[in-house]
Design a protein around this ligand. Structure first.
Ligand code: TA6
Length: 295
């Protein structure tokens, strides 16, 4: 892994894209458009930890999260890949617990700040997943936040995986949050062993543990925060599913890196490909993405 000095020399745009020692001494990167609009991420997990949009923090990050470079960080935008949930690999795959490299940074002529991170098959990933892959995450910060994930199959056989952008959106109070766009959609209820159902409500509200995989998800889902005011739109591409997760009281108390009341402070909306695996042919590159807009 390259040092902060090397990364700064090769990729910093001083005062705009800077590399520093972050929480737990993890290598972190700040993309700063101005005093009120910035993005903080760490190379461990290629994980966004903070997005300040017009002076307001838009993401939830647990105060109890470990920043030890081993355990997944609780909050921000964990990247789920190549496995969703439990399975042969660590929970939600290994992308969120590996150190990613910096491929390039840029400040485009329209002021958009860009960082591209990369992770390729190596001895560590091969112990968990035999596949020969090269993954890239491109973050674009303008007045919106865009993430693009690309996965190339460098092997000679099929490459199959699941993925999701597991974004923890900060909300004023979950009891005053409405999620729009999923009415009439089919889902699997993960609190009931993935029992299938169809969303009968016009909008989703929260008064109990919610953990659903919407399997015919639309490209646009909106969070309306009636207490804070305003809304957040999540526009995705090449994501067939969208997970909606809030642990509520009992499940929250069981998650050791959350405080008892943290369930009130976030909702996860997670566009991805969870039910059916993505299949990438040898030599081909697949991509998906999400753009988050606050109003
Ligand atoms: O995406 C929803 C979910 O899979 C939930 O079932 C829930 O447990 C959550 O992710 C958090 O998983 P984690 O492995 O980060 O504790």
């Amino acid at each position: 892994m390259r040092t902060i000095e090397q990364l700064s020399r090769e990729h910093a745009i001083p005062g705009t894209i800077d590399f520093l020692h972050g929480a737990g001494d993890l290598v972190s990167v700040t993309l700063k458009r101005d005093r009120e609009n910035s993005l903080d991420l760490v190379l461990f997990g290629a994980q966004i930890l903070s997005w300040r949009h017009r002076g307001e923090e838009r993401l939830f990050l647990s105060k109890k999260s470990a920043f030890d470079g081993k355990k997944a960080i609780r909050g921000g935008v964990p990247i789920v890949f190549p496995q969703f949930g439990l399975g042969d690999m660590p929970a939600h795959g290994f992308a969120r617990i590996m150190n990613w490299d910096v491929h390039r940074t840029a400040r485009n002529s329209d002021g958009t700040l860009v960082i591209v991170l990369s992770l390729s098959a190596n001895d560590e990933t091969k112990k968990m997943w035999g596949a020969d892959f090269a993954a890239e995450l491109e973050y674009r910060l303008s007045d919106t936040l865009t993430t693009i994930m690309r996965v190339k199959n460098n092997g000679s056989g099929a490459l199959e995986f699941q993925n999701a952008f597991h974004t923890y959106f900060s909300v004023a109070d979950i009891a005053h949050v409405i999620v729009e766009g999923l009415s009439g959609k089919k889902f699997l209820d993960s609190t009931k062993n993935r029992e299938p159902g169809t969303e009968a409500r016009a909008t989703i509200t929260f008064d109990a543990e919610t953990d659903r995989i919407y399997t015919d998800a639309p490209a646009l889902v909106r969070i309306v925060d009636t207490k804070r005011g305003g809304s957040i739109s999540i526009q995705s591409t090449q994501c067939r599913d969208a997970v909606v997760w809030n642990p509520w009281v009992t499940r929250c108390a069981q998650i050791t890196d959350l405080e008892a009341n943290d369930y009130q402070r976030y909702v996860c909306i997670e566009p991805g490909n969870v039910c059916e695996k993505i299949n990438v042919a040898p030599g081909a590159t697949w991509e998906c993405g999400q753009t988050i807009t606050c109003s």
